[in-house]
Every structure is written in C-alpha cells, then in structure tokens.
Design a protein around this ligand. Structure first.
Ligand SMILES: *Cc1c(COP(=O)(O)O)cnc(C)c1O
Length: 398
C-alpha cells in the first residue's frame, strides 16, 4: 500500500490513508458495525470461513460478517502500522494484527506458538512485569526457561516454540543484541517487545526477529487515552494471529483504532523530541549524588556494544530513563511525592513526563530474584521543555 520509497515521516503521516480521497473524506472514517449484511447464506458462510481461519477480506464475498472477525477501521490501522516495518529479514512483506491491549497481543503470539505443539518458551529478562508474570504462571499452557543471551543456545529444546525479549528492557533499559539472539535462535521464532524503542528507533524484523510486538497504548497512541496492542510479522504468522484473535476475542475496538491511528503522524516527531529531553535529563541526573546509577541507552556506559552509539540496532537512546536512588526505597518514595510537574503514574510513551516505582507496580508480580531494586524509578520523558523537567527534579531532590 505504501510506496517503499517513502521516508519514516511521510509514512507516519500518510500510511493507511491512500483511499481517503476516493472516499471523499479527509479524516479517518470509523465503522462501528458489530454485524454486517450477508449477501447470501453460502456467500456469508464462505466469508466466515475465510476470516475465522485468519484470512483477510478477499473482496469476493462482500461482507465482514461480524466485528470480531474483521473491522475495516482496525484493518486500516493495521496496514498503517505494518508500513513502518514493511519487510522481514527474509524479504517477505509484513502484515500487522491489532489487539485490545498489548497483553492481548502477547497472549495471541504465545497461543499461536503453543498451537504448533511447542509449549516451551525461553524468556530473556528483564521483561515487562505483565509478560514475565504471564509466562511464569504458565496460564497459556507454556513452560518457561529464563536465561540471558549467553545461556540461550543451551536453553533451546525441541519443544521451544518461542523466544521472548525486550530491548531496551523494562525497567532497567538493558540492551539485548537482537541480531545475535535471532542467529542463535535459528528456526525458533523470536518475539521482540518493541514498545520502548517504537518503530521510529528500531526495526526488529530487519534484525531477524519474527514478531515485532508493541503496546500501542504507549508511543503509538502517545496521549494516554487509548489502549491497544499490535504485532508486525510475516503474512503467514499474521494469519495465525488473526485466527487466534477470532477465537479468543482480543480484537481492538474501532474507536481505539481511530485514536491510535491518529497518533501515528506525530509519532516520529514526538519520539525524537522526547528522546532529546531524555538525553538531557539522563545527563543531568548522572551528575547528582542522590542518584547511584542512571540507566539510559544513549549514555555510552549503558551501551557497551555500540547497539545505539554505533547505530547497530537503535537510532538513539529512546525516551525512557531509569534511576537507582542512593537512598533506596525511602528516597525513591520521597522523590515521587515531591515532584510537581512530573506525574507519579504508571504507563509511558505519552506527551507528559511520568515516573513510577517498578518493584511496587509494573514489576510487582516478578519473582523476587529478578525484581528491580527498591531504589529504582522508571521515568517516561515527555514533551515539556527539558529545562522544566530538569527544574522539577532539581527542586524535588533538594
Ligand atoms: C505496557 C506494556 C505492555 C502491556 O501493554 P498493555 O497495552 O498495557 O496491555 C507490554 N510490554 C511493555 C514493554 C509495556 O510497556
């Protein structure tokens, strides 16, 4: 749909809108139908069969049957998101599949792999607390082995259906070499949770990953008012995800699809500006004695293999910063209470700066041995003036 020659900014503004002029509209249309007129019993049945088994509407049967099987507003958003990572490392065209939340997206990827009869998952920590919890719990019929890149080869068995990683990792922003993981993984699919980097700074599929997963609730939406999850992958895997989605019902709703799609045109400019502010804040925090350690992928100390600095993996350090307070939990609690401009709240990727305590909140369900420290705070840096964000930290640390 998108001419491959387009740059990222043009893609962001125009993706998923190619037919709007023909439709005679400028804003994205929303289709709220939960059911659709059937052309005939046989035609409706054929359309159902196609969509329920993971097909996309093929135009032949002229109906989407029922919203859980297909919604045009969601499909339009999916086409737009896929155009940010148009090709796999093997040169296959990609498709995106959208879900009600990031966790619904992860669930569908895991279920689509369990369905192939390979229920073993290898996880590389740190992962988002919800993902860690889901895999640790085994709710979806998986069993999990946690390891690092060095232990990966030994952790893979004949039953391994999926390898899961995040880079930068949540919450301490560790960088994992995606290319190296994909190489070691061989034929085992790798899912990269690309939420923190976004498609603006990192393209996991080009690096050899099979699934590029995003909590669209974060940078894609960007305004803290819509939830969603999206997975970009090959057409074959996308079909498997749609089939799981049709059965389990994790479809994104059209209003959220509209809001998330509306976030895309400003995503490049938001991410790049927020990244500049994050670098300024991280650099300033590094000089403060109240802070034992600053984790930010754009600082050379946090990027020993040049994955950011040498542009091997990420086009910049992103807009998330973590700090480890020298005074531990009490100091972390005090800082959250004293900040005035910066909001004490979970989530990330929106226009305003947020801070939260991972061990108490986002990573609460993580096993004790892998839980972030009690002095760790995670900051999602926003679009305010960097001087104002820094001034707020300065007054709160006094
Ligand atoms: C928020 C988040 C998720 C979960 O997404 P939801 O939309 O909240 O379900 C998964 N991974 C990461 C890295 C996240 O930040």
């Amino acid at each position: 749909m998108t001419p491959p020659a387009w740059g990222l900014n043009t893609t962001a503004v125009h993706a998923g809108r190619a037919d709007l002029t023909d439709l005679g509209v400028h804003a994205l249309p929303i289709d709220f139908s939960t059911t659709n007129p059937l052309p005939s019993v046989a035609g409706g049945g054929d359309a159902y069969e196609n969509l329920a088994t993971g097909g996309r509407p093929n135009g032949t049967h002229g109906t989407h049957v029922y919203r859980r099987l297909w919604n045009p507003t969601v499909g339009r958003f999916e086409d737009a998101v896929a155009s940010f990572e148009p090709m796999t490392a093997h040169g296959d065209a990609t498709q995106a599949v959208a879900f009600a939340t990031g966790m619904a997206a992860i669930t569908a990827v895991v279920l689509s792999r369990v369905k192939t009869g390979k229920p073993h998952v290898v996880g590389i920590r740190p992962l988002y607390g919800g993902t860690d919890h889901l895999l640790e719990h085994g709710l979806l019929g998986t069993n999990i082995t946690y390891t690092d890149v060095h232990g990966l080869s030994a952790a893979i068995t004949n039953d391994t259906g999926l390898i899961v990683l995040e880079s930068p990792g949540n919450p301490t922003l560790e960088l994992i070499d995606i290319r190296e993981v994909a190489r070691i993984a061989g034929d085992v699919p790798v899912m990269v949770d690309n939420t923190f980097a976004s498609s603006i700074l990192q393209h996991p599929l080009e690096l050899g990953a099979t699934f590029s997963m995003h909590s669209a609730t974060k940078y894609i939406g960007g305004h803290g008012d819509a939830m969603g999850g999206v997975v970009i992958t090959s057409a074959e895997h996308a079909g498997e995800l749609r089939a799981v989605r049709a059965i389990t019902g994790g479809l994104l709703d059209p209003m959220s699809a509209f809001l998330l799609h509306r976030g895309l045109p400003t995503m490049p400019i938001r991410v790049k500006h927020q990244q500049e502010h994050a670098l300024a804040l991280a650099t300033w925090l590094t000089a403060r004695t109240e802070i034992a350690r600053v984790h930010y992928p754009g600082l050379p100390a946090c990027d020993p293999h040049g994955l950011v600095g040498a542009g091997r993996q990420m086009l910049g350090g992103g807009a998330m910063v973590s700090i480890d307070m020298a005074g531990g939990f009490d100091a972390a609690q005090r800082l959250c209470a004293r900040l005035q401009l910066v909001l004490h709240a979970v989530s990330l990727g929106g226009v305003d700066t947020l801070i939260q305590h991972p061990a108490a909140l986002t990573h609460r369900p993580v096993a004790a041995a892998a839980k972030p420290g009690q002095g760790v705070l995670r900051i999602s840096v926003g679009l305010e003036d960097a001087e104002d964000i820094i001034a707020d930290f300065a007054q709160a640390l006094e």
